[in-house]
Design a protein. Structure first.
Lengths: 174, 146
């Protein structure tokens, strides 16, 4: 199984399958101007049956498996597995995908939607959580590694507010 | 005459799931039965003992992973006049917090400004180059070890 995430392919796969999702985590941070590395794509997904069907159809060809689980588990990604769980960390043949039904500080897809912005990357458009909400999500996560990211996001926010950034550079379609 | 004992393993799961059944087969039921006979205080005491034993066993393997605290100031040379950032620094934090302020002192704002000058697609292209570079390094490191 690949541990090298193909970010363009993962994002294109999710978008082309018309999955309702909002990018959070590092992908959202990059969209907001923080260039950092990551090993996975974190998204908050809608828990509607139709959306879960689309997720299963989109990811099934890439052999999704529970990341970090011992080999040989009789795991199969289907709507039942998704509906019984909430937050999943998958490894797939195109990389690591974290599907969050709810996120600390942000709640569900529907609750996060008012704070999402449309962003374009790798030729596809997708929803990504806005800067202020991303700061709050990272604070709510409360892990040691998140504090440094919060500081970088706060600095980006300060820079934006202080008007140092050329207005045309944002590329936000919302 | 007492009723025949029920095999707990034969009781259906609340949410039948082959993955949970896989893990269930590896469960040490004897320990669970022992713990169920204990009072809550006794269970906590057993947990403490187990934690102490685990900690002692792993002591030799423990290494310092956390960065020194407080973070060393001045370790990152931003190479710019600090006054340049005065305007941005004056913006209050979204959520004021001395911990974040401590980290903020070491944030390289010049990198952030560079990234903010890029369009969003350009930021992702840069990120992807960074990731591809990291993957190449990781592969090279693996090959070297072989």
């Amino acid at each position: 199984m690949s541990t090298e995430t193909d970010f363009p392919l993962v994002l294109r796969t999710l978008v082309e399958a018309r999955i309702d999702f909002i990018a959070v985590g590092a992908i959202a941070a990059i969209a907001q101007g923080i260039i950092c590395t990551t090993d996975d794509v974190d998204v908050v997904y809608a828990r509607s049956p139709e959306n879960m069907q689309r997720i299963v159809a989109a990811l099934a060809p890439f052999d999704p498996y529970l990341r970090g689980a011992p080999p040989g588990l009789p795991f199969r990604l289907d709507e039942r597995a998704l509906s019984h769980g909430l937050n999943f960390t998958f490894e797939t043949s195109i990389g690591n995908v974290d599907l969050l039904g709810e996120i600390s500080g942000g709640g569900s897809f529907e609750q996060l939607l008012p704070f999402a912005e449309t962003k374009t990357a790798f030729g596809v458009q997708f929803l990504s959580v806005g800067l202020d909400k991303l700061i709050l999500l990272k604070r709510a996560a409360g892990r040691a590694k998140d504090f440094e990211m919060v500081a970088r996001l706060e600095a980006a926010r300060q820079e934006k507010i202080a008007g140092q950034k050329p207005a045309s550079a944002e590329g936000s379609a919302r | 005459m007492s009723e025949p004992e029920i095999d707990p393993a034969s009781i259906p799961l609340l949410f039948p799931d082959p993955v949970i059944e896989f893990y269930l087969a590896k469960i040490d039921r004897a320990t669970i039965r022992e713990r169920l006979k204990m009072s809550v205080d006794e269970r906590l005491e057993a947990l403490q003992k187990q934690g102490n034993a685990d900690a002692a066993a792993q002591k030799a393997l423990v290494r310092e992973e956390s960065p020194p605290w407080p973070p060393k100031k001045g370790t990152i040379n931003m190479g710019v006049d600090p006054a340049w950032f005065a305007e941005a620094r004056a913006v209050p934090l979204l959520v004021p917090d001395p911990v974040i302020e401590a980290y903020l002192e070491d944030v390289d704002r010049s990198l952030i400004r560079q990234a903010l000058r890029l369009s969003v697609p350009e930021r992702f292209e840069r990120f992807n180059r960074l990731v591809r570079g990291a993957h190449a390094l990781r592969r090279a490191s693996k090959n070297d070890r072989r």
